[in-house]
Design a binder for this molecule. Structure first.
Ligand code: ERG
Length: 431
C-alpha cells in the first residue's frame, strides 16, 4: 500500500521557478470593492426555493440577487487563503508534524463559508482564472473543463508544494436543506525543505449544506468525515466535521486524530472550522482537544509538550461591512489594473462583465450580461455539435495517478509559457 519510491519528477521541475508568473501583479492586492455595502433586494429564500425541491443547483434559475460576485472558480481558489500552512508543513522535519499542518490546510478553507449564503456564478466552458501571489510565492490556475456536469480543473504550485484537483459538486435541494457534495480527490505533493523525497497526500472535501432555509435564517454548515492520507509514509489524519445540530456548542466543531502506518494514535486534534484548530501529542491514546479555557495552555512553541494543546491554525478576521460578506482574501480575486490586464488570458474571469457588474452593485446589468454570455455559450455548443466536435480543454488532460490509481486533471504547464509569450508586448494570437 505504501508508495515509497514514486516521485513525480515532472511536477517537481515544473514548480521550481515560478517568478516569471508574477509579472503583472506588481501593484499588489486590492483591499476593498468599489462599493461599501450591497443593497441587494431582500427576498425570502424559501419563497423562491419551495417550488424547486428535488432539483440540483444547475437546474435552478434564480434571480441574480441570490448571487455573490464570485464564481465556482473563485470558490475553489479560496482554498489558497491559508497556503502558509503548506509552507509550514514543508518546513517541518517530522512527517507527523507535516501531516498536522496539511490537515489544517484541508480544514482551513471552510472558514470562508461563514455568512456566504449566496450562489457563485457558473463558470463558462473554457473560462480560466489565474491568481499569483509574489508575496507568498505561489501561483494558482483553474480552467472550466466541463459544463455538463460542471467541472473545474485546478493546479497550484510553489517551490515547496503542488496542490491540484477538480472542483466539481453534486447538489440537491431537499427542502429542509440544500446539500452540496464535492466530488473528486485533492492531491498535494509536498517537498520537505529538509530534503528527502517528495510526499503525496490526498483527501476529499466534506459536504456543505445550507440549513435554516424554511425558518428564514439560512446558514452554511460543513460536515462529515475527511481523511487526509500521506501515501508516502502511510500516516493518516482522520478529521470529523460535526453537523451543526441543535446545540449551539456543537456548531463548527472538528475532532480528529493522526494514526501512524501501524495504526497507533500519535496526535489528537480539535477545534472549530470557523475559528481555530488545535493539536496535542497523544502517543498511543486519543483525547478530546478543546479550546483551552485559559490562555495559558495555548501555545505556539513546540508541539512536543504532551500536556498542552498546540494552536495550529487560526482563521483570519472577517471585518464587518464588506459587501456580500466576502472575505478580504476573495476580494482580491477580481482585481484588475493596467499592469495586470495585458498579461491575462482573454478567457480570464476578470473579463466577465456580469461578475464585474455584480460587484459594482449593478444587478440589472449583471443579469442581462449573464444571460448574454450564457446564450453565446449555448450557440458555441450548438456550433460545436453541428461540426461533430467535442470541447477540448486548453490547459489540462485527464491522467491517472500512479500511486492512488485515481483519475485527475493533469496541468500541461503551457498556460504560464503562453502568458509569457503573449505579455504586454507579445502577440495575442498565441492565446
Ligand atoms: C465548499 C468548499 C468547496 C468548494 C465549494 C463549492 C460550492 C459551494 C461550497 C464550497 C459552499 C457553499 C456553496 C456551494 C455552492 C452553492 C453554495 C457556495 C465553497 C451556496 C451557499 C448555496 C446557494 C444556494 C442558494 C442561495 C439558493 C443555491 O471546496
Amino acid at each position: 500500500e505504501l508508495a515509497l519510491e514514486k516521485s513525480d519528477k515532472a511536477s517537481v521541475s515544473l514548480a521550481m521557478d515560478i517568478s516569471s508568473s508574477f509579472k503583472g501583479y506588481e501593484n499588489g492586492i486590492r483591499t476593498r470593492l468599489k462599493m461599501d455595502a450591497d443593497n441587494r433586494p431582500k427576498i425570502s429564500l424559501w419563497g423562491i426555493l419551495k417550488s424547486m425541491i428535488g432539483k440540483d443547483m444547475t437546474k435552478m434559475t434564480l434571480p441574480v440577487s441570490f448571487n455573490e460576485p464570485t464564481s465556482l472558480l473563485h470558490r475553489c481558489a479560496e482554498d489558497m487563503e491559508y497556503s502558509d500552512l503548506l509552507d509550514q508543513a514543508a518546513d517541518r522535519t517530522d512527517s507527523i508534524e507535516r501531516l498536522i499542518y496539511v490537515a489544517a490546510f484541508a480544514a482551513s478553507e471552510y472558514a470562508s463559508t461563514i455568512g456566504r449564503v449566496a450562489k457563485p456564478f457558473n463558470p463558462l466552458l473554457g473560462e480560466t482564472f489565474e491568481y499569483a501571489r509574489p508575496d507568498k510565492n505561489y501561483r494558482f490556475f483553474i480552467e472550466q473543463v466541463s459544463h455538463h456536469p460542471p467541472v473545474g480543473a485546478a493546479w497550484a504550485e510553489s517551490p515547496k508544494w503542488t496542490y491540484y484537483g477538480q472542483s466539481a459538486v453534486k447538489s440537491k435541494f431537499y427542502g429542509r436543506s440544500f446539500d452540496i457534495n464535492p466530488l473528486g480527490t485533492w492531491f498535494l505533493r509536498l517537498r520537505p525543505t529538509s530534503g528527502g523525497r517528495e510526499e503525496l497526500y490526498t483527501w476529499k472535501k466534506v459536504t456543505s449544506s445550507v440549513v435554516g432555509i424554511i425558518t428564514g435564517n439560512p446558514v452554511v454548515d460543513n460536515y462529515g468525515p475527511m481523511d487526509i492520507k500521506n501515501w508516502t509514509t502511510g500516516e493518516v489524519c482522520h478529521l470529523e466535521f460535526k453537523p451543526r445540530g441543535w446545540k449551539a456548542s456543537s456548531a463548527y466543531q472538528i475532532t480528529g486524530k493522526i494514526v501512524d502506518a501501524t495504526g497507533r494514535v500519535r496526535v489528537s486534534l480539535g477545534g472549530r472550522w470557523n475559528s481555530k484548530l488545535y493539536a496535542r501529542l497523544t502517543p498511543g491514546y486519543e483525547a478530546a482537544v478543546d479550546e483551552p479555557a485559559d490562555g495559558e495552555s495555548v501555545h505556539n512553541g513546540s508541539i512536543t509538550d504532551q500536556n498542552r494543546a498546540f494552536l495550529i491554525w487560526q482563521a483570519n478576521p472577517r471585518p464587518a461591512g464588506i459587501p456580500f460578506n466576502l472575505t478580504p482574501f476573495v476580494i482580491t480575486f477580481n482585481h484588475i489594473d493596467d499592469k495586470l490586464a495585458p498579461w491575462l488570458a482573454p478567457t480570464d474571469s476578470r473579463f466577465r462583465p456580469d461578475q464585474r457588474a455584480m460587484e459594482e452593485g449593478e444587478y440589472d446589468l449583471a443579469a442581462t450580461e449573464k444571460n448574454r454570455l450564457e446564450e453565446e455559450q449555448r450557440a458555441r455548443r450548438r456550433e460545436r455539435e453541428s461540426r461533430g466536435e467535442e470541447f477540448v480543454p486548453a490547459w489540462f488532460t485527464k491522467a491517472r495517478c500512479e500511486i492512488t490509481g485515481e483519475e485527475y486533471w493533469q496541468f500541461n504547464g503551457r498556460y504560464w509559457q503562453v502568458r509569457e509569450k503573449a505579455g504586454p508586448e507579445g502577440s495575442k494570437e498565441v492565446w
